[in-house]
Design a protein around this ligand. Structure first.
Ligand SMILES: O=C(O)CCC(=O)C(=O)O
Ligand SMILES: [Fe+2]
Length: 408
């Protein structure tokens, strides 16, 4: 791709702005909501009131937990150098907190989701109780997707006195910190700390230096995804992205004979067997790119991306899910290429011929870090993989030749 075509893509690239992939704060709750019943020793029912929990009571809750495992390469493992915390499965405790009946429902729809996504029904599934005593932590991981419609995780932090244990969130090259201990300290009204983030956000719980940090985690889903045919738009972004795309389409030097325009997606999405659902669950600017490409008759399509320059082979895109245990292996890329639906879009082999390459003009370069199973990124989940995995995907749009664009 020439430098000049890079330059004319700059305004479009700059218009793809995303807001932070999380929301956090404190949520006032009634004293009743801060009670919790749980299976104590020998399944005897125990209870704790977080408005006045003593150290002994918190220690008893910690003892009733099991050591928390995490998912590594499709197995649940216990490794206290990676995750040191206690966990209790949802079957073993009861909480009166129903996120749907709190402001969290509105906060997540309005402040985390955008545009029409904000009006889609969402549903919360109580997942686990975690107790982090002194010296506990959970290193960087992404939460294991439990279905194709799961889009995020919600963590509630009880107002117990503790130090440390901040949740550090990372997405692309940015990092944010939510200091839950600080958030729940000296609250004028009884509150829990909350943080909700998109599922592909890497996060870690830093070392708890003192006290007990007790959290509830929830998986958050879109409900009724089948009903949504057109992807939702981010209202604020839609106009600017559309304006920049239209300007490019009017430019006679931009893909004069037509061609493929590629957008590496900003989020990764859970995929199971097909990619058919992905355009219905796109987030942020990814959703807008799809919408704008459709509006400009550029026939957008979702592909998974495999191979990156570090591997030194090829970059390949494919519009279906190919199940294999070890996609990082060299042979996998070749097997993909034997498949008629895989398209070679880059060749990283030194001195190799470029004849089979289908040129793609990338607005955002795709990444294939998470379609390589062996990277720590995909390897560390909060549970072993179920049926879903994450796919690093891109949108490929077909830009018509300039003559045809002019007639549109
Ligand atoms: O307890 C927390 O703050 C987060 C826990 C977590 O990341 C998980 O359970 O996956
Ligand atoms: Fe997590």
């Amino acid at each position: 791709m020439s430098d000049s075509s890079q330059d004319i893509l700059e305004p479009l690239r700059d218009s793809l702005v995303n807001k932070p992939p999380y929301v956090s704060g404190t949520l006032p709750l009634s004293p009743d909501d801060l009670r919790l019943s749980y299976d104590g020793p020998e399944l005897a029912c125990s209870a704790i009131d977080f408005t006045k929990a003593t150290d002994e009571q918190l220690a008893a809750l910690a003892r009733a937990c099991q050591p928390a495992t995490f998912g590594l390469d499709q197995k649940d493992v216990l490794d206290e150098s990676y995750r040191k915390a206690g966990k209790m499965d949802a079957a073993h405790f009861l909480t009166p907190i129903v996120p749907e009946r709190t402001d969290l429902h509105t906060i997540i729809r309005n402040d985390l989701l955008d545009g029409e996504n904000s009006t889609r029904p969402i549903r919360f599934e109580l997942y686990k109780l975690n107790v982090y005593g002194k010296d506990s932590f959970f290193k960087a991981h992404i939460d294991t997707p439990r279905s194709e419609t799961m889009f995020g995780s919600l963590v509630l932090v009880y107002p117990t006195e503790h130090e440390g244990g901040a949740l550090v969130l990372r997405h692309r090259d940015e990092e944010w910190t939510f200091d839950s201990a600080q958030a729940v300290k000296n609250q004028a009204t009884l509150s829990v700390g909350y943080v909700a983030f998109f599922s592909d956000v890497e996060h870690e719980v830093s070392l708890v230096q003192a006290g007990y940090r007790v959290t509830l985690t929830f998986n958050v889903y879109y409900d009724e995804v089948e009903a949504v045919e057109v992807p939702p738009t981010t209202v604020a972004n839609h106009t600017s992205i559309k304006t920049e795309m239209e300007a490019l389409f009017r430019d006679p030097t931009f893909l004069p004979s037509g061609g493929l325009l590629g957008f590496g997606l900003q989020h990764v999405y859970p995929v199971e067997k097909t990619l058919d659902h992905v355009h219905k669950v796109l987030k942020g600017s990814d959703a807008v790119v799809w919408r704008v490409c459709s509006e400009l008759s550029a026939k957008p399509k979702i592909y998974l991306v495999y191979g990156d320059p570090e591997d030194g082979y090829y970059r390949v895109i494919i519009d279906k899910v190919v199940q294999e245990d070890d996609p990082i292996h060299e042979g996998f890329i070749y097997r993909l290429l034997e498949d008629k639906r895989a398209i070679m879009v880059d060749n990283f082999l030194d001195g190799a011929e470029a004849e089979n390459i289908t040129p793609v003009t990338w607005v955002m370069k795709p990444e294939a870090t998470r379609t390589k199973v062996k990277t720590p990124f995909i390897a560390y989940g909060n549970e072993a993989w179920l049926t879903c995995t994450y796919g690093e995907a891109c949108i490929i749009a077909s830009v018509p030749a300039f003559e045809i664009r002019q007639q549109a």
